[in-house]
Each structure stands twice: as C-alpha cells, then as structure tokens.
Design a binder for this molecule. Structure first.
Ligand code: HPA
Ligand code: ZN
Length: 322
C-alpha cells in the first residue's frame, strides 16, 4: 500500500552494515568453487538451513565460517559490488560500511587485499559509500592496535573505526587505548553496545571510547538516566530490527522497542546489520518493523531524516538530503 511505497521510495542512508554479512549463500558457493575452498555444507539450501540462530554467538560462528571463502581482492570487490547494487535498489543513497580485517588477516589474507577490494567496489559503485574498520572485541586490544597500525598505509580509504563481535564479557573499556589512538588519527568512532550487553556498556562506549554513534543500543531503555543523556546529546542509535529478532534480542518483531525509542526522542535509525543472514536488506527491515509495530509514514520520514543527520557526511552533503 501507500506506506510501503513511501518506505521503498524515500532516500535513506545505511549506517550499520557488515559487508561480510552481505555475503549471500549463492556467492559463498560461487567463491568457494572459484577458490577451491571446500565447505561443510553440500548445497546452498543446506547452508541457508544452518541459519537458525539462538543468540549473537551462534550467528558469529557461522558468519566467520562463511567469510572463509574470501581470499582474493576480486572476492572482496564482488561481495561489496553486490551489496551496493542491492542497496541502491532500496533507494539507499549513502552507506557507511563495516569490515572486519582481523577475520581475514588471521587466515593469512593480507590487509591490503581486503581493503583494496572493498574500497575499489565503493569507488565504482552506484551510491556513495565509506568504510569503517571494526576491531573484533573477542580478541585482545594489542591485536586491535596491530590492526590499526596495519591500516595506516590505507588511512585515506578509511573513515572510521568500530567495535563488533561477541559483546558480553568484552566491554568497551577493553579498547580504550586503540580508540584514543584512532581519535588522534582523525578517524570517526563508533561501537556496538547495548545489543546483548547492558546499558553500562553504552555509557563506557561514550565516556571511555568517545564514540559518535552507538551501534544497536536498544538496551538503553533499561536505564532512564542513560536515555535522558542520549536524547540530550542527540546520540544516534543504529538499530537493526531483523537482526534483533533473529538473534533473540526481542522474541518477536511486535516486541521490538523501535517505536518507543522514537517516542522518547532518541535518534534511532533503521539498518540491516547482516542482510544475507537475517532475512533482508534495508527496505525489508523497515517493512518488517512497520508491519509489526504502530509506526506510520511520519515515523518512516523521521527515520530517513535521522539516517542522514547521523551520517558522517559533510554539512553540504547532509543539507542536500535533509
Ligand atoms: N553484533 C556484533 N558483531 C557483529 C554483528 C552484530 O550485530 N554483526 C556482525 N558482527
Ligand atoms: Zn552489527
């Protein structure tokens, strides 16, 4: 109906997309064949059937396995080009794309192979895109610092740094030094916090890491003081509705807190997180949330506006969209 067309047609920015999470089973199989990698699944259908998650860790195990087919620069290019073409169809006009270099360098793939493939696809792509390099929080801060060092020859290709992977037990303060170093290098700062972790992780992402956006952040509602602060600071939250349901942050979409976040004046945005694993790209996320929650066209336009106000775009680029 009309609301669906509004959602589909409105220009929007995607601020929470892990490029490795855009790798569709078909492309995993094609790259496995091209690279002579053997997969523990006999078919695309069998792989897709393994996508039954109970929490973040059960997803991460299969997500890292899927990424094992990425070896050559062209593989990273093809994955990124496929995402950008798909996002453009959803009228995503700008994407700030996460990548996880340590997932690949740990397997012997050179850092430059990863960043050059992804970056070249962004240069050739149909929409504007920039790159946010994420540190894996289940690894040590020293390993994150080494990764930041490895990235320095590619400083011009990287807009910012983030923090992802297993949240609980790996609080933001574990990465205080590497985020301070990144800040001094002029990199923009974001971190996953308050997806499975408590509101205290959102607070330490802000106070210790000095992040400029919170990825997920949906557990902020457990702390009224934190909500008040996030509203006062107009700190954006990159919310991922389908991800939250697939990873059981919420049991069903009807229990998602997106409407409440907006009602409280929080700068929430809608994003796809890992679209190949969670059942949908940008517009699928909007439509799943809008079908299950009391949200209307005014909320849709607010979410689109939030996506551009929270984007790391220059003031003149923002004004063109706002
Ligand atoms: N959370 C943490 N790590 C991730 C996610 C996520 O939603 N997606 C990919 N890596
Ligand atoms: Zn994420």
């Amino acid at each position: 109906e009309q609301l669906r067309r509004t959602i589909e047609q409105m220009p929007k920015a995607e601020l929470h997309i892990h490029i490795e999470g855009s790798l569709e089973p078909e492309l995993i199989f094609a790259l496995a064949q091209r690279n002579g990698v053997s997969l523990p699944y006999p078919s695309v259908e069998a792989l897709r059937q393994a996508y039954a998650f109970t929490d973040l860790q059960s997803f991460l195990d299969i997500y890292y396995a899927g990424a094992s087919v990425l070896l050559a620069e062209q593989d990273f290019y093809d994955m990124t080009a496929a995402y950008l073409a798909r996002a453009a169809r959803d009228n995503v006009r700008h994407a700030e794309i996460f990548f996880d270099p340590q997932t690949h360098t740990a397997r012997g793939v050179p850092f430059e192979t990863v960043v050059n493939g992804i970056w070249r696809a962004c240069q050739d792509g149909p929409i504007s895109a920039s790159l946010i390099m994420c540190f894996l929080r289940h690894l040590s801060e020293d390993e994150a610092l080494a990764t930041l060092d490895e990235s320095l020859p590619h400083r011009d290709k990287i807009l910012g740094v983030g923090l992802d992977s297993s949240e609980v037990g790996h609080p933001p303060e574990k990465f205080a030094r590497v985020f301070e170093r990144a800040r001094q290098l002029g990199l923009r700062l974001v971190a996953h916090a308050g997806e499975e972790g408590p509101p205290a992780y959102i607070e330490s992402a802000l106070d210790v890491l000095n992040v400029e956006r919170i990825d997920h952040g949906v557990r902020c509602l457990e702390s009224p003081e934190l909500v008040e602060r996030l509203v006062r600071e107009q700190m954006a939250l990159t919310v991922c509705p389908l991800s939250n349901v697939k990873l059981r942050v919420f049991d069903v979409m009807g229990s998602h807190n997106l409407r409440t976040l907006l009602d409280k004046g929080l700068v929430a945005t809608v994003n796809s997180d890992d679209p190949a694993y969670f059942g949908g790209y940008m517009n699928d996320n909007f439509i799943a949330a809008f079908d299950a929650l009391p949200l209307d066209a005014t909320h849709a336009r607010q979410l689109a506006r939030n996506s551009f106000s929270a984007a790391f775009l220059g003031p003149e680029q923002k004004r063109a969209y706002l």
